[in-house]
Design a protein around this ligand. Sequence first.
Ligand code: ACO
Length: 328
Amino acid sequence: MPLPKISAVGTFVPDHVLTNADLEKMVDTSDEWILTRTGISERHIAEPNEATSDLAARAAQSALERAGVAASEVDAIIVCTVTPDMFFPATACLVQHKIGATKAWGFDLSAACAGFIYGITTAANLVMAGTNKRVLVIGADTMSRIIDYTDRATCVLFGDGAGAFLIEPSTEDGLGFIGSHNEIDGSGGGSLYMPAGGSKIPSSVETVQKRMHYVHQDGQAVFKFAVRKTQEACLTVLDKFNVKPEQVKLLVPHQANQRIILAAAERLGLSRERVVINIGRFGNTTAATIPLATREALDQGKIEKGDIVLFAAVGAGFTVGASLWRWA
Ligand code: ACO
């Protein structure tokens, strides 16, 4: 059975930066409140003509360039997103066409902030099954399109961005995918959601007037669940694959709130140096946080061949995922 490895990591964020100072002019908030409660200083925001497929295609192209692989050699594209360009066609189809991945099939995966973990789990299984050789997993979200910039409790949290992993068979023994653990707890659905625009409450003048096409959340419920479940999912995957927390070189967590990350890391007994935190410059980019954080860790030389890297995320749904890799 071929062992999958992450052979390249590409990212893309839009140029425009929205700072806490900019937000101070839009809603009743302060740089100090945002920084101390979330760890966020600024986030990138897409231009009106940039959609999720544009961000996703740029991240995918960057990953392919780094791997020296042509788009025509990609077998499958999984786009993890909650902000697709449209309900249909799938954003994966738009990306396939934009990058010229002429031989690829693909689909969108909706698991919110845990989407990227679900995506790499799926890709790893496609490679292990021998079904596909080269799978592009892209986490891309244009959260600014579904954020209410009059709601100070949510608008300070999110940003736009994309990241991609190219996953293919490892050529070296023991290096690559170790295993994943994923869960859903649908009882948390009402804690974080976009009320209208789907089949339950279709778009109407009334839904627009009632601001129902934006992210609605119970911040504290999400916070508590995220801290508890990030820790639990990490411990479960470590236990399942016989890895001790002290063997983990680096935890690359979803970036929702610096306080969530630090609380979960502390519970796992991981020191600050063993956890990647880059939420300060990007905010919560939903499915893109993990590849953005991984790219940063690689650029800073924090991941070396043979290191055990643990990815973990909790998202709307609730969705939960943790994934272990021995870096190839
Ligand atoms: N600026 C100033 N004051 C604010 C702001 C703001 N931007 N937002 C809220 N407040 C106020 C509230 O109105 C409240 O005021 P009150 O006491 O007068 O009523 C006060 O600050 C405290 O509000 P809390 O909600 O208790 O603040 P908390 O410390 O819980 O932080 C936050 C709120 C940052 C939303 C936190 O709960 C959180 O991060 N939750 C997780 C949400 C999340 O990450 N969702 C994203 C997707 S899911 C995921 O990725 C896991």
